[in-house]
Design a protein around this ligand. Structure first.
Ligand code: SAH
Ligand code: AVI
Length: 329
């Protein structure tokens, strides 16, 4: 920066192609040649996938977003005080940051309007979110990072003052237990004493409510799930026909998680020119595209401890559907 020049309000580093797309190619090849087949949920979120997720958050059946919003609307001032009035708000999987506004407003009211560091794999939504936020919060500085947070966590900009790392929406539940432990341990290693993590988690509840949330009547979740096939068609020159697959989502009570899949409606072969790979699907064969783990307080606190984090606060909505929790090192 030229000496004396004002810092830009928005700076966003994009690290999506830092590895030349090799990671996606390798991961998709591994997933499609595994038994059973599996794809990572991070590939849902191209521009259309992010828009479909936004529509999911407004569905009557999908309660987690409303429950989390209610907690943030009512208790952000308390959360910000408990987190020691941080000067930097990092948000992992920030998306449209709609609910984050409650935290930013509470920080602004506490006189610590922070540097906001959105971290998301979806480039379009990160730029749109940054533009809206600087218009809404004059004086806000944004230092974003578009990346896969499991790869580039250590590249997240520092900001100033205490850091609060928010991981909202229940996205932690989309990680398997071992990667989840490693991920939280890496976050813990980045935190200084006095910094905190604010984690949103969907809680275990009746199977019928869980299954309804992932099988909405309008078919938006089905479209979101199938969008991963369109992403592979575009990014890897594949010829998936989304109409030859159906959306399947069921609750696995033993693992306490929703299991989300695409089921092949017929015997078919799919070609992925970008991988020089042909994949066969049998009629009825299922490919997992996402898990969404549901927690109890005890389980989540043990997940924290395994990762070297200390539970430091617990906030739920009145119905007890969802929890925001604070943790520190
Ligand atoms: N926090 C928002 C959005 C949740 S949707 C909310 O609560 O509504 C999950 C978000 O995480 C999406 O914006 C998606 O693009 C992002 N995401 C998913 N996997 C990711 C990964 N591996 N690295 C970075 N961002 C990821
Ligand atoms: C982003 N994540 C927490 C959502 C969830 O509920 O697991 C993604 C989602 N998948 C289907 N519906 C919503």
């Amino acid at each position: 920066m030229t000496p004396g020049a004002a810092a830009e309000p928005i700076e966003i580093e994009v690290r999506l192609r830092a590895d030349g797309g090799v990671t996606m190619e390798r991961e998709v090849r591994l997933g499609l040649t595994a038994k059973p087949k599996e794809l990572s949920p991070k590939y849902f979120y191209d521009e259309r996938g992010s828009q479909l997720f936004e529509r999911i958050t407004e569905l009557p059946e999908y309660y987690p977003t409303r429950a989390e919003r209610q907690i943030l609307a009512e208790r952000s001032a308390e959360i910000v005080a408990a987190a020691g009035e941080p000067g930097t708000l990092v948000e992992l999987g920030s998306g449209s940051a709609t609910k984050t506004r409650h935290l930013l407003s509470a920080m602004s009211e506490a006189g610590c309007l922070p540097t906001y560091v959105p971290v998301d794999i979806s480039e379009e939504i990160t730029h749109e979110t940054a533009d809206s936020l600087v218009a809404e919060y004059p004086g806000l500085t944004i230092r974003g990072l578009v990346c896969d947070f499991e790869h580039d966590l250590e590249r997240i900009p520092n900001g100033g003052g205490r850091r609060l790392v928010a991981f909202l929406g229940g996205t932690l539940g989309n990680l398997y237990p071992e990667p989840r432990r490693r991920f939280l341990a890496r976050i813990a290693a980045l935190l200084e004493p006095g910094d905190g993590i604010l984690l949103g988690a969907d809680l275990v509840k009746r199977r019928s409510r869980l299954e309804a949330a992932y099988n909405d009547a309008d078919g938006i979740t089905a479209a979101f799930n199938k969008n991963v096939l369109s992403v592979l068609n575009r990014e890897l020159g594949a010829d998936f026909d989304p109409d030859r697959f159906e959306h399947v989502a069921g609750y696995d009570p033993e693992q306490a998680r929703m299991d989300i899949r695409l089921r092949s409606l017929e015997d078919q072969t799919v070609r992925l020119d970008g991988l020089d790979l042909t994949v066969r699907f049998a009629a009825g064969e299922e490919m997992r595209t996402e898990i969404s783990t549901k927690f109890t307080r005890e389980r989540l606190e043990s997940v924290y401890r395994e990762a070297g984090l200390r539970p430091a606060g617990w906030f739920t909505d009145p119905a007890g559907d969802y929890a925001l929790s604070l943790a520190s090192v």
